[in-house]
Design a protein around this ligand. Structure first.
Ligand SMILES: NC(=O)C1=CN([C@@H]2O[C@H](COP(=O)(O)OP(=O)(O)OC[C@H]3O[C@@H](n4cnc5c(N)ncnc54)[C@H](O)[C@@H]3O)[C@@H](O)[C@H]2O)C=CC1
Ligand SMILES: O=C(O)C(=O)[C@H](O)COP(=O)(O)O
Length: 380
């Protein structure tokens, strides 16, 4: 079997080595000519998978995307051709939720915000929105969920979803707004420019707007015009309209700006590889031999002990010990013009999830917050 895989898929060689010939490719420049004899194609989000890419290929039976988002894949075309498609739902949802937590911790320190007094509007309550809500629960931070599609499904008599949903307008009044919707171009709840001149101009400088879903969900030109006119919403932007071509003037108006790396924990990216491995095993009816834990390296710091009462200062310390989003912000600001958007992403330094760090807590200062937030427990 000839498998083409994106060179940015961690552990692809390890997972797929028993399947036959493995051919790595660069995601943005893959051509129809290159993949004309592929049996399986494993991509990430920067490869457009469509008729133009696959029309010359008569051998392909499987396409996988090691990502949550699938807006780069023409699923209708694959289905018409009888090509099986798998993505990796939820693979890096924890990573994105931890990006948001790190951003909140950083901004809380910068503006002396008491996190427990905030309400977060989570727009899109799927895998990522839910992981974020669990972390906010752990931190005692209030939130409101906005997801009209889930709200509609909830009306079905078989639904066991008991969550409460609010309208977008209400979510947009929260202290923090965090966007976790897919990019959709049509339908009643299309997310293309869900945040536009009209609703962006209602936001105030007391609010924080976080976008780590898809750039096209916010009208970047409208946002820039508002910022230039002195509108103050605080911005945390991981994704940009028209990537890899970023509206560079907008960067100066952000609190935190990064190169679409919210989902780039090693675990998150590698879980995508593992999920495609499992799907391909099922597709060709073979037994799985490998698990992600076979390949993940030890983290650089594996254990900390908390000896004082757990509070926002200690939270700040342990979150930043694993992931300080200011590092990625600095790389983005300094390197975008030097190496470019794709290269920053390709050379992303290893980042681990909270679970890679075991947190011991002395008995007299015991708190369950770190473990509920995702840090591992230790028997020490
Ligand atoms: N920045 C990054 O590195 C990453 C970005 N993403 C993006 O985040 C998106 C969301 O990820 P997941 O939560 O895991 O996907 P998901 O598919 O589990 O959940 C998305 C939710 O959004 C809801 N939704 C759709 N249209 C909506 C609307 N108009 N208003 C409110 N809710 C709406 C859906 O009903 C669904 O519940 C992905 O589609 C992907 O584009 C995902 C991973 C990493
Ligand atoms: O999973 C998704 O959806 C994402 O947005 C990924 O983090 C995108 O990463 P690449 O596929 O562009 O490496």
């Amino acid at each position: 079997m000839k498998i083409f895989y994106d060179e940015n898929m961690p552990f692809a060689e390890e997972f797929f080595r028993d399947f036959g010939e493995l051919v790595p490719f660069s995601g943005r420049s893959l051509t129809a000519e290159q993949v004309k004899d592929a049996d399986a194609l494993l991509v990430r989000s920067i490869t457009q998978v469509n008729e133009a890419l696959l029309a010359q290929n008569s051998t392909i039976s499987f396409v996988g995307s090691a990502t949550i988002g699938t807006d780069h894949v023409d699923k209708e075309y694959l289905s018409k051709r009888g090509i099986r498609f798998h993505s990796a739902p939820g693979c890096n949802a924890i990573s994105v939720a931890e990006y948001v937590v790190s951003a909140l911790v950083v901004l809380a320190e910068r503006y002396l915000i008491d996190l427990s007094k905030l309400t977060v509007g989570i727009v899109g309550a799927g895998n990522t929105g839910t992981r974020l809500s669990e972390k906010l629960d752990a931190l005692g931070i209030n939130y409101k969920l906005c997801d009209p599609l889930l709200a509609e499904k909830q009306k079905h008599p078989d639904s066991n979803d008991t969550r409460q949903y609010v309208a977008l307008e209400e979510a947009l009044t929260c202290d923090v707004i965090s966007l976790h919707v897919p990019k959709t171009m049509s339908g009643e709840h299309a997310t293309y420019q869900l945040l536009n001149k009209a609703n962006l101009s209602q936001l105030t400088d007391k609010q924080i707007l976080i976008s780590a879903c898809r750039g096209e969900v916010i009208d970047n030109d409208a946002l820039l015009a508002l910022k230039q006119a002195g509108h103050g919403v605080k911005l945390v932007l991981d994704v940009w309209q028209g990537e890899p071509n970023v509206l560079q003037e907008l960067i100066a108006y952000t609190e935190i700006a990064t190169a679409h790396i919210a989902g780039y924990s090693l675990e998150g990216k590698a879980r995508g590889s593992e999920m495609l491995y499992q799907a391909l095993c099922q597709h060709i009816n073979c037994t799985e031999k490998y698990r992600l834990s076979d390949f993940l390296p030890d983290p650089s710091i594996s254990l900390v002990k908390i000896k004082q009462k757990f509070d926002q200062i200690v939270l700040n310390q342990i979150v930043k010990m694993v992931y300080d989003v200011r590092r990625d912000d600095a790389i983005f600001r300094q390197q975008l013009a030097v190496q470019g958007f794709d290269s920053i992403r390709k050379n992303y330094p290893v980042r681990r999830e909270f679970s890679a760090l075991s947190v011991a807590i002395s008995t007299d200062a015991y708190s369950d917050v770190p473990h509920r937030l995702g840090f591992s427990k230790t028997s020490n």
